[in-house]
Design a protein around this ligand. Structure first.
Ligand code: FPP
Length: 261
């Protein structure tokens, strides 16, 4: 990075109000395939370069003091991609987790995952579990990887678990409210994201955290994921800090409420 670029990055970072950070930032990492195509290369080349952006954004979020960072790495629908790409992505996950675990430890990052883990190849599960165990005592950023995940899958899984508990007599249907429902989601211990970033210019949620995004601020950038750097992350946070969040109330009321999202 050139000195002028570093200065611009530091300048953006300095503008961020540390008292108004989103507790949880979620990211739809998009555009790896298009990035590779523009360079005349194969799609997996884009995914490989996406790992650099993952490292940068994890570092940036940790340094700022963001508590949770969720990255959408592989959706339920992504299983329908050509087998070669799915296999290559699974191999990339294993390598990336293996290579980055020391870095996570050094940066005090605690790793966790959400998604239908039973669908994952044993090699990916094993690597994930070992990184989760290895970083379990870290107290800094919580990095959540969404893999084989989709919002509808998560909601229908929660409904199945609720029905089981009702049938077993452990749950009174009359007592089901937002917080009871949330306790059945994969994210039951994680606050809702306050900011969602999607790269590559697409303006869609794509079946990501459908329940949790109810009041989330959405930020769309044309930058393709492999090009996404700390400066882009800081720009997204600054944009979030300029917004007026009302949660269905009028402006003055919203300034005094203390919900976690
Ligand atoms: C979307 O781009 C990206 C993915 C489906 C994979 C994301 C994976 C990584 C960045 C690899 C490393 C991740 C971790 C957490 C270790 P796309 O393929 O849909 O791009 P396109 O829309 O341009 O085709």
């Amino acid at each position: 990075m050139r000195a002028t670029e570093r200065d611009a990055e530091m300048d953006l970072k300095a503008q961020i109000d540390r008292n108004k950070l989103p507790h949880h930032v979620a990211v739809i990492m998009d555009g790896n395939g298009r990035w590779a195509k523009r360079k005349g290369n194969v799609r997996i080349f884009g995914h490989q370069n996406g790992v650099k952006a993952v490292r940068q954004i994890t570092e940036a979020a940790g340094e700022l003091g963001v508590e949770y960072l969720t990255l959408y790495a592989f959706s339920t629908e992504n299983w329908n991609r050509p087998k070669g790409e799915v296999d290559a992505l699974m191999g990339l996950f294993v390598n990336a987790i293996q290579n980055e675990t020391e870095n996570l430890l050094k940066n005090n990052v605690r790793l966790s995952v959400i998604g239908e883990l039973s669908d994952l190849p044993a090699s990916v599960l094993k690597q994930l579990q070992s990184a989760i165990d290895y970083t379990a005592d870290n107290t800094g950023l919580n990095l959540v990887i969404a893999v084989s995940y989709s919002g509808r899958w998560e909601i229908t899984s929660a409904v199945k678990k609720i029905v089981k508990d009702v049938r077993a007599g452990n749950l009174d249907p009359e007592h089901i409210d937002d917080s009871v429902f949330e306790s059945y989601l994969n994210t039951s211990t994680i606050p809702d994201p306050e900011l969602l970033i999607r790269t590559s210019g697409e303006k869609r949620i794509s079946n990501f955290m459908l329940w949790q995004l109810a009041y989330t601020e959405l930020y769309f950038t044309p930058v393709l994921w492999p090009d996404f750097r700390k400066e882009h992350f800081y720009e997204a946070i600054l944009d979030f800090q300029r917004r007026d969040r009302r949660f269905g109330r009028v402006g003055d009321q919203a300034n005094t409420i203390t919900v976690n999202n």
